[in-house]
Design a protein around this ligand. Structure first.
Ligand code: GLY
Length: 265
């Protein structure tokens, strides 16, 4: 139901880091080979942060054959309790969605995409009464069109946003931590693209672009990545209470906070 998104985030599914995380896709934020052990440490801290905010977290087992398997956000998009299962945009990642779909099917109906459509959940920001959908190297026109059709049937609006080649996904540089508010990264998105969408846009500097990916909870609580002082101050000034998670090891494979979970309730 449009406008009903209260960000209480009662349940989430996550997946442990692959032992082969050193082979995860890494093109944008990585400065060194991803380290599976360090990344699992960040992942553990992340799960603790979600649980501390009241989320019931289901943890799926890792896959040797899929180095990017911890990035479950890409595998599904929730639409009013129904799970749209992605055709992942990166060929090496296809198959990650199988166990996520199996888990989600225990509590939700599943929707499948047409074969020619690709979509990563990382290109979708659910923003109150609308879905913001990024057109990126992972999400094609057919994928965006399929999601658009589904969410419009449920009464939500859609905004398509072109993602620049400097950026992996929409959620890489944009998130909505509370009703009416977007956080966005300068140098990746522009006021012309998103200025008309929100009452409040908290622009973080390009040097902090990684920190534009936040997880908001009701009561103006937000989880942000540790180590981004400008973003931390912007969020404090906007009235949020902040929890930080050290995401450096996850960042090496271009993953951000939201990439690690699907909030299914
Ligand atoms: N490493 C995350 C991705 O490229 O999908």
């Amino acid at each position: 139901m449009p406008g009903a998104y209260d960000r209480s985030r009662r349940e989430a599914v996550v997946r442990r880091v692959s032992p082969n995380f050193d082979r995860a896709l890494s093109k944008y934020f990585g400065t060194q080979t991803p380290d599976p052990v360090a990344a699992q440490g960040s992942h553990d801290a992340y799960v603790m942060a979600l649980r501390a905010h009241g989320t019931d977290v289901e943890i799926l087992g890792a896959l040797d054959s899929h180095p990017d398997c911890c990035f479950v956000e890409d595998c599904a998009v929730m639409i009013d309790g129904v799970a749209l299962i992605s055709n992942l945009g990166a060929p090496s990642r296809r198959g990650e969605e199988v166990a996520v779909a199996k888990y989600l099917s225990e509590g939700s109906d599943l929707l499948r995409m047409p074969q020619d459509a690709t979509l990563d959940g990382g290109d979708v920001v659910f923003f109150d009464d609308r879905y913001l959908i990024g057109l990126s190297t992972r999400t094609n026109q057919a994928g965006a069109a399929f999601l658009t059709e589904q969410v419009k049937e449920e009464g939500f609006d859609v905004e398509l946003i072109d993602i620049p080649s400097s950026t992996l996904h929409l959620t890489t540089v944009c998130s909505s931590p509370r009703e009416g508010t977007l956080v966005a990264a300068e140098g990746h998105l522009t006021q012309d693209q998103i200025g008309h969408l929100a009452d409040e846009i908290l622009w973080v500097p390009n040097s902090d672009s990684y920190a534009a990916n936040t997880i908001g909870y009701s009561g103006d609580r937000v989880i942000i990545a540790d180590g981004y002082a400008s973003t931390r101050q912007i969020m404090l000034d906007a009235g949020f209470s902040i929890t930080t998670v050290d995401m450096d090891a996850i960042r090496q494979a271009d993953g951000s906070l939201t990439c690690l979970s699907v909030f299914n309730r």
